[in-house]
Design a binder for this molecule. Structure first.
Ligand code: 3NM
Length: 214
């Protein structure tokens, strides 16, 4: 799990400057290690359109051995037979979802020690901790927790794989890794750039450097 979390690209059509299939294809070429289909927000696709884009993105992931995770939508995750699902604190009973999806990857957003402890107990495979920094991409985020939240979780024996999320870019990712994260999850630092391939390639290089220089 940990190696897949290194550079976890999250995106939906509303986050992209150009065709999402092109963006994902370039991001994969650049070196992302996992992908989450998060079709959310104003103007997001629904129903059949959401399903069809999901199929295209999943197929790209499958061809490149990149785990394909669906955000929130359990029915879509099951219909596509995705590799996993990522859910927030508001998205229902985690233990029930764990039973429902069987052995698929289950990611849970956690913002503090109690949420992280609960996620571990209920069978999450990894937790997403955020926001690390200010972000304009998600409007209803909690207050900025900062990399220090990850450090606190590690100090309190949370050993599950952790990915930091929220406002992460090339310049500020190192403190997230140094705090004990196994990787970074991000949207705009890849999806809103004109050159997603270069963005991903620079990001993975910085992440690898951060692990070496820990
Ligand atoms: N979850 P960007 S922050 C999807 O704090 C999401 O749980 C967050 O987008 C959390 O990389 C966030 O563009 C948005 O800041 C991440």
């Amino acid at each position: 799990m940990k190696k897949h979390l290194k550079l976890y690209f999250v995106m939906g059509s509303v986050n992209c400057l150009k065709n999402p299939v092109e963006v994902l294809s370039e991001a994969i070429d650049g070196g992302i290690t996992m992908f989450q289909y998060r079709e959310k927000g104003k103007g997001a696709l629904e129903g059949e359109d959401k399903l069809q884009l999901g199929k295209k993105l999943q197929s790209l992931c499958n061809q490149n051995n990149i785990p394909f995770i669906v955000n929130d939508d359990i029915n879509l995750a099951l219909e596509l037979d995705a590799d996993g699902i990522h859910i927030g604190q508001e998205d229902g009973d985690v233990s029930k979802i764990r039973k429902f999806i069987g052995r698929k990857i289950l990611g849970v957003s956690a913002h503090d020690l109690s949420e992280a402890t609960e996620a571990v107990k209920t069978g999450a495979n990894y937790i997403g901790v955020g926001p690390m920094y200010e972000t304009k991409t998600k409007l209803d985020t909690n207050e900025v927790a900062g990399p220090d939240m990850i450090r606190q979780l590690r100090q309190n024996n949370i050993e599950i794989p952790i990915v930091g999320i929220g406002g992460i870019n090339q310049q500020n990712l190192k403190p997230v890794i140094n705090a004990g994260a196994d990787g970074v999850a991000l949207i705009s630092a890849i999806s809103s750039l004109k050159q997603p391939r270069e963005a991903a390639s620079n990001l993975i290089e910085s992440i690898n450097d951060s692990f070496v220089n820990e």
